[in-house]
Design a protein around this ligand. Structure first.
Ligand SMILES: NC(=O)c1ccc[n+]([C@@H]2O[C@H](COP(=O)([O-])OP(=O)(O)OC[C@H]3O[C@@H](n4cnc5c(N)ncnc54)[C@H](O)[C@@H]3O)[C@@H](O)[C@H]2O)c1
Length: 339
């Protein structure tokens, strides 16, 4: 039987990639995309499927129980991406994060409690583990979030688990590492540095540039989520990683090299407050279940840089819009690469 999905935050980076992946992979399924269209939501991400008869967009807030109750009635699977996601913004405006990431998740879970859904995939993050000095975090490692974004996500993550334990909502939680790929908002590292380099602007690199992240190509994450909808066990948490641990410095040099730009474009800027040094995941659990990433990091990064090079129309609109106003107010000095 073809499944019906309610995807929240489907106009954002991972959500839009996921919706396109699902509609392409399972032509019979139906997808409702509930998205508030915050500064991060962009319907340009969904060009190509907007007229697909199996796809429906609903502009709305996950904090609104009326809308959520109405939409959840008819679906089999909820995939919950909607969130405020940018750590820098959480430092200047934590309240929005608590509201959407924690309270919004509560509204969805409460609605799911009274529905017939078969799966509730809660999209959490590796950032809930906090900075990992040595080794890697597995699903039983303590949660030690260090900024309002990761703390809100940790709250939502445990709230989702509590709804499984208390009410048997069929929750599965994913904690993936840093995603990259097409349609990621230009405030995030790889799109910001790529688009700045294309425009011969500075690449504002935090601190000493040696913070490490484990990078995951967004399509690999979409496949992992799809895999868990079918093979994941309710009440369980699954880390999704790819063993691509790279420093931000390495990413900066690779972007510049790929675009034929000089290293002098790198500009060291004052570090972010409470900047986690390193994220590292142990993802043996999902690997043992049978999933592994298919994309080679270097090739996927090159393809991603190429995508931003070829899709200036997409990101120049974003850079000229609300994003510009925000950074002009908050980070005039730090982010002077943006004009
Ligand atoms: N990007 C990453 O590297 C990464 C890694 C691990 C986990 N995650 C998680 O994956 C999810 C998606 O991340 P992303 O990078 O695609 O985010 P994004 O910022 O690109 O997109 C978020 C989307 O949520 C929507 N949204 C925000 N508040 C809403 C609300 N109240 N109601 C309805 N919609 C709302 C926005 O309009 C936007 O379309 C998030 O939960 C994030 O925490 C992201």
């Amino acid at each position: 039987m073809a499944m019906k999905f309610l995807v929240t935050g489907g106009a954002g980076f991972i959500g839009s990639n996921f919706i396109k992946y699902i509609l392409n992979e399972y032509p019979g399924c139906k997808v409702i995309n509930l998205d508030k269209l915050t500064y991060a939501g962009n319907l340009d991400n969904l060009i190509g499927i907007s007229k697909n008869k199996n796809y429906k967009f609903v502009k709305g807030d996950i904090c609104d129980p009326v809308i959520v109750n109405r939409l959840i009635k008819d679906v089999d699977v909820v995939v919950h991406f909607a969130a405020e996601t940018h750590v820098d913004r959480s430092i200047s405006d934590a309240g929005t994060f608590i509201k959407t990431d924690v309270f919004g998740t509560f509204i969805l879970l409460n609605s799911a409690k009274n529905s017939n859904i078969k799966k509730f995939i809660h999209i959490s993050t590796d950032e809930v583990y906090g900075s990992i000095e040595d080794g890697s975090a597995d699903e039983d490692s303590p949660l030690k979030p260090t900024n309002p974004y990761s703390a809100s996500k940790a709250g939502a993550d445990r709230l989702a688990y509590s709804y499984f334990q208390t009410f048997r909502v069929p929750v599965i939680i994913t904690r993936s590492s840093n995603n990259f790929g097409p349609h990621q908002h230009v405030e995030k590292l790889i799109p910001l540095f790529t688009t700045n380099a294309i425009e011969n602007k500075k690449l504002p690199l935090y601190g000493d540039g040696l913070n490490k992240r484990d990078w995951l190509y967004v399509i690999d994450n979409c496949e992992a989520i799809d895999f868990l909808i079918n093979k994941g066990v309710e009440g369980q948490v699954y880390n999704i990683g790819a063993n691509n641990e790279k420093t931000n410095m390495h990413i900066s040099h690779t972007v510049l090299k790929e675009l034929g730009k000089p290293d002098s474009l790198i500009e060291f800027v004052k570090d972010r407050a409470s900047h986690d040094r390193r994220y590292a995941l142990n993802w043996e659990k999902i690997r043992k279940l049978g999933w592994r990433p298919k994309h080679d990091f270097d090739t996927a990064l090159k393809q991603t840089i190429k995508w931003y090079s070829e899709n200036r129309w997409w990101w120049s609109k974003v850079k000229k819009g609300k994003f510009k106003d925000y950074y002009q107010k908050q980070y005039v000095k730090r982010w002077q690469g943006i004009s």
